[in-house]
Structure formats: structure tokens, C-alpha cells
Design a protein around this ligand. Structure first.
Ligand SMILES: [Fe+2]
Length: 392
């Protein structure tokens, strides 16, 4: 990887990035502005990435991005020497830049159209800068960080055995995470295995990243058997794990995998987390969500490391985020040199067993690890945070 920039006379401080290039396409221009606004580099990495945005008539618009620990430079000139290359249709770039508050890179309509090569960590680094939180999400996190400090002092996970909906809502209102045991379901969790999944839902299509490859549950399960020994070092988040990464739970599977609490109108679209993840790599890296989340575990155990919202300043949350807010610090391999305040953070660690549901109130930071492989979970969010009147 290149460690210094060589963009004659175009060096610009990352904190005061100025527009130095006129782009042919207003979409590329808007993309460059968003990237400059959201860019951070606390790990002081460097790289040279070239994006080519291609129109329907095969006209190509270039955006070259070079950065190091001080500078962020963008031009419309192709790079002779680059660490990563990304090619995508211009209409996908437009979809990203016109929806920075909601875009999800896991969406097959986004990532399924991208061709990427080279250092994908650098691609992730730049993609993370290209999002922006909505006012509602900012308010939710601000409130979570600055209120309910008394409640967050709780340091033991609470267990509820087959609670009622009212008991669930009352516990969420206390703003502490808790675990439900023995939730009412159509099919008991212990009935599920990979063979049973293939038998019951083998023909059902999963939408995992690609728009062209139609992958069934059976095909995905078969693929899982090929990667049992994947190492954490081989994992590039969002790219190389054999893991459904929270793609939509197919509607055919809802009956069996949603516990009988509330109605489907009360929840966001359920997500499926099926696959194999090395035990020392995060299945989901440290982040917080703006809604009250339910994580229902079905196969294998998961470890969840939780941090209360009032510790936000110790966890280095990213400036740019939208549907959830990732953190720069990695609890599994903490870099205290760049993130010294993390030493003061106090975590609550829980092990989620099959048949249990972890409820995390909005704003709690969490990182998820798979203690067993394979793993299978389903998650969903209550549409509105408990205790908050929407649009209030
Ligand atoms: Fe989450």
C-alpha cells in the first residue's frame, strides 16, 4: 500500500477539505462533497482508490481518492498506481448520494452492481464516510447518551421467563438490555438444524448482496460447510464472511421464526443472520441502533458485548453514519494508542443461547461474536422507541 500522497500542490487538510476539482457529472460532484464531509481517519491509514462511474452509454466518470494521516485529495484523473478499484453504474452512485440518510450497502441493488478489486478495507473506509444521519436518529442518540444515567448503572443482565407484551414494554422503558427465555413460538428452537432448514425452506431464495446470483437457503447452507475453518484474518467485513449479514428474512420463513409478540406492523422488516463466522472476528462490529432491537437466537451461541449509551465518548463513534452508528474502536483487538479513552469503558457481556431473545434498547452500543459455528439468528426492531412519541 502506498504510504504517501503525490498529488502535486493539491494537498488539503482532511478537516478543511476544499473542492479542488470540477467533475463532469453533478452526481460525482455531490458524492465527492459527501465523502469529504464524512471522512475521518483516526487509524491514520493511507490509500489510493479509483472509482469509475459508468453511464448507460458506457461513458465513464472517474473519481480518484487519495488519503493519508493528514490529507484527503480527490480528483477526476485516473490513478496510475492504486490500492483499490471500484466500478459501478452511475445510477447506483446517484442512488447512494440521493439517499445518504437511508442507504444500506448490504442492499443487493447497491453492492450487487459494484465491481471491486484490491484492498477492500480501503473501500469500506471510504464507503463509511458516504452516509449521514437523519435528524430523528441524531435526536435518539443524543437523548440516549444524555438521559437515563441512573438506569444505565445496572450491570447485570435481566432475564424474563415467557413475559407478557406489557412486561416487555415496561422493561424496555427502563432502558436496560434484557433476555427473554422461553418465548412463545410456532416451532421450538431445538427443532431447528441446518438439515431441518434445508428440508423446510431449501427452495426459498435469499437476497444476499448479489442481484444476479439467485441463492436458495439450501445453496447457502451448502456453502457454509466449505468455510468451517475460516480465520479472523481472512475476514473483510461485508465481503468475505459466509454470513447473510442481516439480509431480509424471506416472508415464507416468518411464521416459524418470529416469536408471538406484538404484530408484524409493530416491527421493522425482520433480518436473518445465518452462516459461519470465526469466533475471534466480530459477526457485527461495535455499533448502536436508533430503535429497540430484538435478537432471537436459534442455532449456536452468540456473545454480545454491550456498552451503555452514556459511554459514547469512550467508544469513538463515527461521525458519518445513517441507519446505525459504527465505532472506530474494536473491543476484540483494542488499539489503545489511537483510542485511549476506551480503557475507561465498562462493558456488560452476555452469552445468548438458542431459544433466547436479547432486547437492546435504542442507543446501547453492542458488538456480536459467534461462539459456535454455524450460527442462526433473526432480528427486528420495534418501529418506534418505547417512551418516545414519534414526531413529538
Ligand atoms: Fe445492532
Amino acid at each position: 500500500m502506498t504510504t504517501t500522497l503525490d498529488m502535486q500542490n493539491q494537498k488539503t487538510n482532511t478537516k478543511k477539505h476544499k473542492k479542488t476539482t470540477e467533475y463532469q457529472s453533478p452526481i460525482v460532484s455531490a458524492l465527492a462533497e459527501e465523502l469529504a464531509a464524512g471522512f475521518e481517519n483516526p487509524e491514520k491509514i493511507s490509500g489510493r482508490c479509483q472509482f469509475d462511474f459508468v453511464t448507460e452509454s458506457e461513458e465513464s466518470h472517474c473519481l480518484s481518492v487519495c488519503f493519508d494521516d493528514v490529507n484527503l485529495v480527490m480528483t477526476s484523473d485516473p490513478l496510475m498506481d492504486k490500492d483499490a478499484y471500484i466500478r459501478m453504474p452511475l445510477h447506483v452512485a446517484e442512488k447512494i448520494v440521493t439517499n445518504v440518510e437511508g442507504v444500506d450497502y448490504r442492499d443487493p441493488d447497491i453492492i450487487g452492481h459494484m465491481e471491486m478489486s484490491g484492498n477492500l478495507h480501503l473501500v469500506n473506509h471510504l464507503a463509511k464516510a458516504l452516509v449521514k444521519p437523519s435528524k430523528m436518529t441524531q435526536h435518539t442518540f443524543h437523548d440516549a447518551t444524555n438521559t437515563y444515567r441512573e438506569a444505565y448503572a445496572s450491570k447485570a443482565i435481566v432475564y424474563l421467563d415467557s413475559p407478557t407484551e406489557l412486561e416487555i414494554l415496561e422493561t424496555i422503558e427502563q432502558k436496560i438490555p434484557f433476555i427473554i427465555r422461553n418465548p412463545p413460538t410456532n416451532t421450538p428452537h431445538h427443532a431447528w438444524s441446518l438439515d431441518k432448514l434445508k428440508e423446510s425452506y431449501g427452495d426459498v431464495l435469499l437476497r444476499v448482496r448479489s442481484t444476479t446470483v439467485k441463492e436458495t437457503v439450501a445453496e447457502f447452507v451448502d456453502k457454509m460447510s466449505l468455510v468451517q475453518n475460516q480465520k479472523a484474518a481472512d475476514v473483510i467485513e461485508g465481503h468475505t464472511k459466509v454470513y447473510t449479514e442481516g439480509c431480509s428474512l424471506p416472508w415464507q420463513m416468518r411464521e416459524d421464526f418470529l416469536p408471538h409478540y406484538f404484530t408484524t406492523h409493530d416491527f421493522s422488516a425482520p433480518q436473518i443472520w445465518l452462516g459461519c463466522v470465526p469466533v475471534d472476528a466480530p459477526a457485527s462490529s461495535l455499533h448502536r441502533d436508533p430503535l429497540d432491537g430484538f435478537l432471537y437466537q436459534l442455532i449456536g451461541r452468540k456473545k454480545v458485548i454491550l456498552f451503555s449509551p452514556d459511554q459514547a465518548s469512550l467508544l469513538y463513534p463515527m461521525k458519518a453514519y445513517n441507519n446505525y452508528q459504527p465505532c472506530w474502536v474494536k473491543p476484540e483487538t483494542p488499539n489503545f494508542k489511537d483510542f485511549p479513552l476506551f480503557k475507561k469503558a465498562k462493558s456488560l457481556e452476555v452469552v445468548l443461547h438458542p431459544g433466547e431473545i436479547l432486547i437492546q434498547p435504542a442507543g446501547w452500543f453492542h458488538a456480536v461474536y459467534c461462539l459456535d459455528s454455524p450460527t442462526f439468528s433473526v432480528s427486528y426492531f420495534l418501529q418506534h422507541p418505547v417512551g418516545v412519541t414519534p414526531f413529538d
